[in-house]
Ligand binder design. Structure first.
Ligand code: HDD
Length: 710
């Protein structure tokens, strides 16, 4: 399929000049020498030793030996895509940034989604936070919004980041487990660093196992500043809201997807874009006036706190569309370098101590990851505007700076590059008034570690709460140390006693009545311990509906994958009656049969099979449809994996539709006793099936489904 390349996208144009296409071209060395044999080395006779002289062998092997670069220390596993951002209405009262004032622009973007803990080759469905990083190639310079799919972070100060990551990464003595937080070192750290508990409960929720990158929210997390023309500052939190709503898989599916297709999210993003179903997110902002900085029960500078949407609503200001897959994974997705320090006039930082540390870390990491301070010259990292300064040389310098001078001020170079005036769009840091002691401490206003995890849990629907309890039980169940589990149980009991009781039951442990050491240990050795312990939990809001996936969008089946189970002799009229309305709504149907190749319907037409049953699994689909046709159904009955497929779809609370003879196949499965279920649709209108799929899951069946041993 032709890729949609937006000819007005400036970044796409700039990348084009670096693209190489070998079509109809002769093979050469890196020096342009034509190559006649790339299969055999130069030898002393046809059975002799290889000669050192063989420069063709040496060039090929040397390049190969150095093909890998260090993977990202975190967020190593990820996928990216190109697109653009459009602004709905100017927000000039808050920001002077061109991207926030000029509604005629289509700002090019490159977005990368990732897991955090796993290595580059780890499976996509790990229980983890997802990175949500967007590079905006704006006319005034590149702005990177390097966020996650959860609105808060684990820690409050960048100084703790290496500790956090060392605790979650595989344990250093045995390098186990890969891409998993369910182990002793992580919970040892978590249970001694209570500021982590808010992000941690989000990781226990369905947010940590998204159905698709296209179905997750994104958050800038920190409070940033927007600066308007008058130099006035407003605090801002950035939100990405996916057009398709926020949806997840269950843990049982996640575990199985990791085996069935460890590239599930990567493939999903790629396929959707190739098929022209371009993922879209709306950008929202929460604005807090400068004078309201201290009006909340929490500190705006504390990245472990969100501003509930019930308190400050999210104003939608624009939309991001991803419409082009990269040409080359390494050149673009692997080499893209996101830096929270990349901002443009109209956007500025706050003193959030996590953000402040990030401003150092990202540039530093690129130096070892990409190997040179010239990483900004790699095509994907180049800004769309011109770059002129007196920085020179370094590994892999790609530019050829002209002239005699590389210093400022100069007269020999005509004073160039000259300094930009404010009127020319120069960047100027927000003039925040500072009058303080230099001090190494944690603000007491950051001490509340339980109110927001409790608010999050209270805001969830009952099925979401059940998933949270199961996730804690699983994760702590994987820990081997009883004292770590007990400490976690006590901490969970401070968030919600009912939740802690459920987890304790699953673990077969008692919740301790108290714990001896101070619970907040993220303080200095000489600090006043009492002063830094979390105060009593506050309840400033009963619930925040925006935190629950039960309140997301359920209005579309676009890009949902529907398995059609059929064999030779399936009913074409059944199929047509269902397939056409589903496809009209943007669903993707895949024919699953006892074998690969083709099958023939009852109207004697051949149909290409998308997957033989042996090569696929139900967890890769959102719903199943089984058309009638006696011969087809008889064949499906002979292959037990079809029954397993249907049982599992039911277990995962997905929609099932069947026509005519297909009911007898349903009757051979566990579903036979639940044919009155809301989303088991036998000989029903396609509209009912579409409605059931658009609801994502029928959680009403959750308790029954859990009993199915699929
Ligand atoms: Fe980070 C990568 C998100 C805190 C240090 N981070 C990285 C990526 C994302 C985030 C999405 C991958 C970007 C990509 O796709 O290339 N990180 C966050 C968020 C944080 C956060 C939302 C808190 C709000 N990070 C954080 C801290 C530090 C780092 C506090 C260090 C002090 N992060 C890094 C890093 C990485 C990185 C080591 C690894 C690869 C890279 O930067 O380019 O520098």
């Amino acid at each position: 399929m032709e890729k949609n390349i937006n000819s007005t996208n400036q970044k796409t144009k700039s990348l084009k000049q670096f693209e190489k296409n070998a079509e109809n071209k002769v093979m050469t060395t890196n020096q342009g020498l034509k190559v006649n044999d790339t299969n055999n080395s130069l030898k002393n006779g046809d059975r002799g030793s290889t000669l050192l002289e063989d420069f063709l062998l040496r060039e090929k092997i040397t390049h190969f030996d150095h093909e890998r670069i260090p993977e990202r220390i975190v967020h190593a596993r990820g996928s990216g895509a190109h697109g653009h951002f459009e602004l709905y209405d100017s927000i000039e009262k808050y920001s002077k940034a061109g991207i926030f004032t000029d509604t005629t622009r289509k700002t090019p973007v490159f977005a990368r989604f990732s897991t955090v803990a796993g290595s580059k080759g780890s499976p996509d469905l790990a229980r983890d936070v997802r990175g949500f990083a967007v590079k905006f190639y704006t006319e005034e310079g590149t702005w990177d919004l390097v966020g996650n799919n959860m609105p808060i972070f684990f820690i409050q100060d960048a100084m703790k980041f290496p500790d956090l990551i060392h605790s979650v990464k595989p344990e250093p003595n045995k390098e186990i487990p890969q891409a998993a937080s369910a182990h002793d070192t992580f919970y040892d750290f978590i249970s001694r660093t209570t500021e982590t508990l808010h992000n941690q409960i989000w990781v226990m929720s369905d947010r940590a196992i998204p159905r698709s990158y296209r179905m997750m929210e994104g958050f800038g997390i920190h409070t940033f500043r927007l600066i308007n023309k008058k130099g006035e500052s407003h605090f801002v939190k950035f939100h990405w809201k996916p057009k398709l709503g926020v949806h997840s898989v269950t843990w049982d599916e996640a575990v199985k997807i990791n085996g069935a297709d460890s590239d599930f999210h990567r493939r999903d993003l790629w396929d959707a874009i190739e098929a022209g179903h371009y993922p879209e997110w709306e950008l929202g902002i929460q604005i807090v006036a400068q004078e309201d900085e201290h009006k909340f029960e929490f500190d705006l500078l504390d990245p472990t706190k969100l501003i509930p949407e019930e308190l400050v609503s999210v104003e939608i200001i624009g939309k991001m569309t991803l419409n082009r897959n990269p040409e080359n994974f390494f050149a673009e997705t692997e080499q893209v370098a996101f830096l929270p320090g990349h901002i443009v006039p109209g956007i500025d930082f706050t003193n959030d101590p996590l953000l402040q540390g990030r401003l150092f870390s990202y540039r530093d990491t690129q130096l070892s990851r990409l190997g040179s301070p010239n990483f900004h010259q790699i095509p994907i990292n180049r800004p769309v505007g011109e770059v002129h300064n007196n920085q020179r040389d370094g590994h892999m310098q790609m530019d050829i700076p002209k002239g005699q001078t590389a210093y400022f001020p100069n007269s020999l170079g005509g004073g160039c590059p000259h300094l930009a005036k404010m009127a020319e769009g120069a960047f100027h840091s927000y003039e925040e008034r500072i009058d303080a002691k230099k001090i190494r401490t944690r603000s007491e206003s950051f001490n509340d570690h339980f109110s927001q995890p409790a608010l999050f849990y209270r805001s969830l629907a009952n099925w979401e709460q059940k998933h949270v309890a199961e996730a804690y039980t699983f994760e702590l169940g994987k820990c081997s140390q009883k004292h770590i589990k007990e400490r976690m149980l006590w901490l969970i009991s401070q968030i919600d006693m009912d939740l802690a009781n459920k987890v304790a039951k699953g673990l077969g442990l008692k919740i301790p009545e108290n714990i001896e050491e101070p619970i907040n240990q993220a303080i200095g050795a000489d600090a006043d311990i009492e002063k830094h312990q979390p105060p009593k939990k506050k309840n400033y809001l009963n619930s925040d509906p925006a935190l629950s996936q039960a309140n997301t969008k359920f209005n579309s089946i676009e890009t949902r994958k529907i398995a059609v189970l059929a064999a030779d002799g399936f009913s074409m009229s059944d199929y047509n009656s269902m397939a056409k309305p589903l496809e009209k709504e943007g669903a993707m149907l895949k024919l699953i049969s006892p074998h690969g190749g083709t099958i023939t319907c009852d109207e004697n037409m051949e149909h290409e099979v998308d997957a033989a049953i042996m090569t696929t699994e139900s967890v890769l689909f959102d719903a199943v449809y089984i058309p009638g046709g006696k011969k087809s159904i008889d064949s499906l009955k002979k292959e037990p994996k079809f029954k397993k497929f249907i049982n599992e779809i039911f277990k995962h609370c997905k929609a099932i539709a069947a026509n005519n003879e297909a009911e007898s196949l349903i009757d051979t499965t566990f579903v036979v006793d639940y044919k009155d279920d809301n989303s088991v649709l036998i000989n029903k209108n396609p509209k009912d099936f579409i409605d059931a799929i658009s609801k994502h899951r029928n959680w009403d069946r959750m308790d029954i489904a859990a009993k199915i041993p699929a």
